[in-house]
Write a protein that binds this ligand. Sequence first.
Ligand SMILES: Cc1cc2nc3c(=O)[nH]c(=O)nc-3n(C[C@H](O)[C@H](O)[C@H](O)COP(=O)(O)OP(=O)(O)OC[C@H]3O[C@@H](n4cnc5c(N)ncnc54)[C@H](O)[C@@H]3O)c2cc1C
Length: 386
Amino acid sequence: MSQPSSPAPVFNRKNPCAARLRSAQRLSRDGSPKDTRHYEISLEGSGLHYEPGDSLAVLPQNCPTLVEETLAALGLSGSEPVNDLDGRPVSLREALTTSCAITIPDRKLLAAIAARDSSAAATFEPLLGPDNKDALNAWLYGREVIDLLLAFPDAKFEPQEFVSLNKKVQIRLYSISSSLRAHPDEVHLTVATVRYQSHNRDRKGVASTWLAERISQGTTIPCFINHGKGFRLPAPDDDTPIIMCGPGTGIAPFRSFLEERRATSARGKAWLFFGEISASTDFFYENEWQDFLADGTLTKLTTAFSRDQDRKIYVQHRMLEEAADLWQWLEAGAIFYVCGDASRMAVDVDKALHSAIMSAGGRSAEEADAYLAALRDAKRYRRDVY
Ligand SMILES: Cc1cc2nc3c(=O)[nH]c(=O)nc-3n(C[C@H](O)[C@H](O)[C@H](O)COP(=O)(O)OP(=O)(O)OC[C@H]3O[C@@H](n4cnc5c(N)ncnc54)[C@H](O)[C@@H]3O)c2cc1C
């Protein structure tokens, strides 16, 4: 008699999977203004399972330099015992490292500083009213807890009180860039490291710099799977063509898609739009795309390197150049997937799709609207944008 199989483990924020970093590699070459990296994380023994189109939720830690600066501004040593925001007894340093979102000041911290410092009161009180959310967000843009503590040094706090004035460190989502069929017991990520300057300080994105700078082979990465509702491949025996548009780190799920389609000998045609700054420094996974083309997993690859010529060329420009082919694929029933930047890229890609339907499909603007709406209704226009 067969043994009943044990239920799959349930991982979430409270009970994350303790996966370990297996390897990390810089994808951006020397000379690139970006720092995009490929991470391979071991799932061995975890029972954690994912599908192409899922993302990995990662629970990161704050930068120790920022934690020390925050402690110094508070006039505290860090060894003070506190309960973190999940109620666990830890040192203040540990709470600031793993539990408190010290890069995103909470309005209760602003109110508490205003209550202790009259100049802070003059600054914050007009911002803290219920109708002033936009003004508050504008003031907070580019500022972290350290900026507030340094600007208003008269505001002092007991260690536990300070901890409770912060939000919890948030999970960060990353589109999975591997297929379990190609890499059993592994999950791969493609992450752009976030670094910028604001208010005369160098800033670090919490999770992306934790991955890039502060972990090494064997480090535990608390994580769980966020299931990608709707961002799914057709069945392998389905002839439906797929068009994948993934500039920048938007490429991640499409590496997963193509690995899966190779492993399952999927039948439909596949077209990939890849966009980055320059072919010489930022053509991530170039050899892999060439191999997918060579073995027929990928039918067509269209690239857009914005800075490789005088005029900036993005994926949406290539879509317009390829309007006739795009139209043919859509008419053949293709699913159009887009992943990556929500604020500009996804808007421009949407406009390009609309223009291609008008120019190559001979549709009016209203008819192109209706065509796109019908694609969405039929779940043939799928977006995973952030
Ligand atoms: C479904 C989904 C999938 C995703 N997949 C990927 C992926 O595959 N690869 C990937 O790299 N990312 C991906 N992301 C984004 C990722 O989740 C993180 O948001 C990103 O890595 C930044 O996180 P961080 O902790 O490093 O930075 P944070 O600490 O969150 O800092 C980023 C924040 O800093 C602020 N900021 C940034 N630049 C400036 C500036 N110049 N001035 C002032 N403020 C600024 C902004 O408020 C920004 O939101 C995905 C997001 C979603 C929702």
